[in-house]
Design a protein around this ligand. Structure first.
Ligand code: G16
Length: 565
């Protein structure tokens, strides 16, 4: 086994840089990732060969430009790869001598705190259920080649790749978790994974959407708009969401019976067009209407949304008046404020208090100060964590109901079903209890999911009879924006735990502090990106002019003094 791994590894071009397991796995130019993908396949195979028996690998660079690619590894329950395993993955991918590394690792001469390798991973797997790695990819040019490399790594270490082809990232997380549940329910069935079809995902959400719709009924709405213009970033989201729409038409008994009429734009899956002037990242960060907005009926007042390249982010927006190039944006924070307020108000109607069913809303330093004030006033328990689902997850799971999100459109709400059901037991026939369960069922609890979140949010907007303009005015944000700065070595910029301040270079932090203190309702911070070779700057102020001046001054300082730092 080791010889074949070594021989295969040698066929992939060596690289001369160190790859870091960043915010969302390994990510860089697609053309440089072949060996990384092969080795990551070996790692995922080892993960699956431990007592868990299952892991997942998604080949995607999500919001990044089309020439990039990357991969995320995840656990059998769909959660991100455990932190200690990230460290092992990083070392394994970067080693100069893979056979020696693997030999030492297997013999226990090389160890990683928190990683328990209690099974000889060179041995043939025992037991009925083979170790599996669920794999999938986005629509990039390099994705097929890279997934072949991942697949080879998995096979050579003695695990079995299960290739789902073109899927959204959250879909693959969910399919992995689904298989894990089935395996636990049917431990004697070695072929149970064959029962997990990628369409199960689409079918589940079409059904959950219908179940919630049945609770609302079809009483006329005066403000809710059934029409939605959806920008799919020319990515894999359009392939999957179209299937959802077909299934919804079937389940509702006809397209005209579905209380949501979606017109899709930017659904050309040509890799060249991926994320090009469209998609959630473009709309949110560049604050622009997506390409082709006007092509299929985009006009002032029309409710719109954007997915990103692998459909794990969702941004809502609309054009306020004719000719406006800058859309009104409803970011992740506002989407999840709506979801939490909705659930909280149902719980309040049932008289269920925070101590009976605890909740938390975990956000990042990017949260707008007005959002924080709003949540506080509404009594929503709020915490901050560093960027990345892997950082939010440990906090969220400490509560009965927990949501985490980022303004860029990532977000999910999870719950402890046993706690929720127990709290609702004596009221389970009430409409409120039914709605709480139906809305939580609409959440993809493995990871933030643009398709699931869209159907979840549409359900709430319809129940509350809210228009897109009503949604936008849930609270008013300070003008804010994210900027990028290119520096020679972003790893030299260190931040505090929640990323809101630099610890190094401290002179730059002092400069930012001085500017912020002179700005009305000013907020700004700089952090190194974990997915791109840049620094990110967040700036916020009471007025657009002050926000822009704040950002301009910080960007100038970085350019003049820290570009080659
Ligand atoms: C990933 C992460 C997000 C993060 C984003 C940008 O998203 O899952 O949590 O906000 O990268 O991260 P950074 O600011 O570190 O570059 P995606 O959608 O690109 O996979």
């Amino acid at each position: 086994m080791l010889k074949r791994i070594a021989a295969a590894d040698a066929t992939y071009k060596a690289f001369d840089k160190r790859f870091a397991y960043g915010t969302a796995g390994f990510r860089t130019l697609g053309e440089t990732l072949d060996r990384v993908c092969f080795r990551a396949g070996v790692l995922a195979g080892i993960r699956a060969k431990m007592d868990h028996g299952l892991a997942g690998v998604m080949v995607t660079a999500s919001h990044n430009p089309k020439q990039d690619n990357g991969l995320k590894i995840f656990e059998k329950d769909g959660a991100m790869l455990e932190g200690p395993w990230e460290k092992l993955a990083e070392s394994l991918v970067n080693t100069d001598d893979l056979p020696t590394f693997l030999t030492n690792l297997n013999a226990g001469q090389l160890s990683f705190p928190g990683v328990s390798l209690h099974t000889d991973f060179f041995a043939q797997p025992q037991g009925v259920q083979p170790p599996l790695v669920f794999i999938g990819m986005d629509t990039r040019d390099s994705s097929q080649r890279l997934i072949d490399a991942v697949s080879q790594g998995i096979t050579l270490i003695g695990a079995c790749p299960v290739n789902y082809g073109l899927v959204t990232t959250p879909q693959l997380h969910w399919l992995t978790q689904r298989c894990n549940e089935l395996r636990m329910a049917m431990p004697g069935d070695g072929e149970v994974h064959g029962k997990v079809k990628k369409e199960d995902f689409n079918e589940a959400w079409a059904r959950y959407f219908k179940e919630f719709s049945d609770l609302i009924g079809d009483s006329p709405k005066s403000r809710y708009e059934t029409d939605l213009l959806l920008d799919c970033a020319n990515g894999v989201g359009s392939i999957q969401f179209k299937l959802n729409l077909e299934l919804m038409a079937e389940i509702f008994g006809g397209k005209d019976k579905v209380p949501l009429n979606v017109t899709i734009i930017n659904d050309d899956e040509k890799p060249d067009l991926l994320n090009e002037e469209c998609g959630a990242e473009y709309v949110h960060k560049d604050q622009q209407l997506p390409h082709n907005f006007a092509l299929k009926g985009g006009r002032p007042g029309i409710k719109c949304a954007s997915f990103d390249g692998d459909a794990d982010r969702l941004i809502y927006f609309y054009q306020r008046t004719e000719g406006d190039k800058v859309p009104v944006i409803i970011d992740g924070d506002k989407q999840f404020a709506l979801i939490l307020m909705y659930i909280k108000s149902l719980l309040e109607k049932l008289g269920i208090t925070h101590s009976e069913l605890t909740h938390v809303f975990v956000q990042t330093a990017y949260v707008n100060s007005r959002s924080t004030k709003f949540l506080k006033a509404k009594g929503i328990n709020n915490e901050l964590c560093p960027t990345g689902v892997k950082n939010a997850h440990p906090i969220v799971v400490g509560y009965d109901i927990g949501a985490n999100d980022e303004p860029n459109g990532h977000g999910t709400i999870v719950c402890k079903w046993d706690r929720v059901r127990a709290a609702l037991e004596s009221k389970k026939d009430s409409i409120e209890a039914k709605k709480i369960q139906a809305i939580l069922q609409l959440s993809n609890m493995t990871v933030g999911d643009a398709i699931a979140n869209l159907l979840l949010i549409e359900s709430i907007l319809r129940d509350l009879d809210m228009s897109i303009a009503d949604f936008a005015t849930l609270y008013e944000e300070n003008p804010s924006r994210m900027f990028k700065a290119v520096v020679k070595d972003r790893t030299k910029f260190n931040v505090v735990w929640d990323e809101s301040r630099l610890t190094q270079p401290i002179e730059l932090q002092n400069y930012i502090d001085a500017l912020v203190s002179q700005t009305t309702e000013g907020k700004a911070f700089v952090r190194p990106s974990g997915t791109e070779d840049i620094l990110r700057l967040y700036a916020e102020a009471k007025t657009m002019e002050e926000m822009e001046a704040l950002a301009k001054a910080i960007l100038k300082e970085i350019d003049e003094k820290y570009k080659d730092y």
